[in-house]
Design a protein around this ligand. Structure first.
Ligand SMILES: [Zn+2]
Length: 287
């Protein structure tokens, strides 16, 4: 019987977290999937986006990073997707567990590739979040003719009622235009060289400053749901921190890719169990 009534591996993870002077949370799509925002679910997609099936799209993941569709379909889809992913109100249990865990450790920082704003919406400290891939809450010019970004919520209110559910499209040439040049626009998320970095530079500076101060300390890296779509932001840097710092520990929670490189395995723990279940146990253990 383990000390906390948890299994021995979560007990050890709790020990690593409690021993650490700093906590880095690295999050990818797998965290939000575990929190209920699963982009691979075909049944829910067919029910909510019937107009998309005729184009061969079977789940939300099929539309991620897909810019080959006409602008009126791109916006027609994303207006609905962003409303339900980014702007539904209410706290989320999995993120609340993660928040409790972070607050119990006090000195934490978050890097997330998720554009859904769930850390911000669950009351994590704004000054302790870096979002290198952007956020669905902002839009930008696709040219881009300037470094300007603007709020997406009013665009959803104005344009979503105009989407034809049978085709999931706006009328031709009725997509939201750039207020500066009149050209096409999209969300301020990293989808190509057009991505406007400006809103995220400050977070980048804060993150690198925090890492400079804490990366060599007794740090725990809690990496959740970060696979190989964009491993350069979370997964590979997490491994690097543990590789160069013998006092660092990696806690990797990943349903599909829990493996850890052999050279850092002795400083790592990995979990292939659902992230919501593990985070709930870790939060309880760190209380
Ligand atoms: Zn423009």
């Amino acid at each position: 019987m383990s000390q906390n009534g948890l299994n021995p591996r979560t007990d050890l993870a709790v020990k690593y977290l409690k021993e650490a002077d700093a906590l880095l949370i690295g999050a990818g799509a797998g965290l939000s999937a575990a929190a209920g925002f699963d982009f691979t679910d075909r049944t829910v997609f067919a029910k909510n986006y019937p107009g998309m099936l005729q184009y061969g799209f079977k789940c939300k993941l099929d539309m991620m990073g897909n810019f080959s569709v006409p602008q009126e379909l791109l916006w027609g889809y994303y207006l609905q997707h962003v409303r339900e992913t980014r702007f539904i109100k209410g706290e989320n249990k999995t993120y609340q567990d993660l928040l409790a865990l972070a607050q119990s450790r006090k000195n934490y920082f978050v890097i997330t590739t998720n554009a859904d704003g769930l850390f911000e919406r669950n009351n994590f400290d704004q000054e302790r979040i870096f979002t290198p891939q952007g956020d669905y809450k902002l839009a930008q010019c696709l040219t881009p003719c300037s470094q300007d970004t603007w709020a997406v919520e009013p665009i959803i209110e104005q344009y979503l009622p105009l989407v034809n559910k049978a085709t999931q499209r706006l009328s031709p040439n009725k997509d939201p235009k750039c207020p500066n040049c009149g050209g096409p626009t999209f969300l301020n998320v990293r989808g190509g060289a057009w991505f406007v970095e400006k809103p995220w530079l400050e977070g980048s500076l804060r993150f690198h400053k925090w890492l400079t101060q804490n990366g060599r300390a007794k740090i725990a890296v809690l990496e959740v749901g970060s696979g190989f779509n964009t491993p350069m932001w979370v997964r590979w840097p997490s491994e690097k921190i543990v590789r160069v710092n013998p006092n660092a520990r990696l806690l990797r929670i990943n349903l599909h890719h829990p493996e850890v490189p052999e050279d850092i395995a002795h400083h790592s723990l990995s979990f292939a169990e659902p992230a919501n279940e593990i985070l709930s146990l870790l939060a309880a253990g760190c209380e």
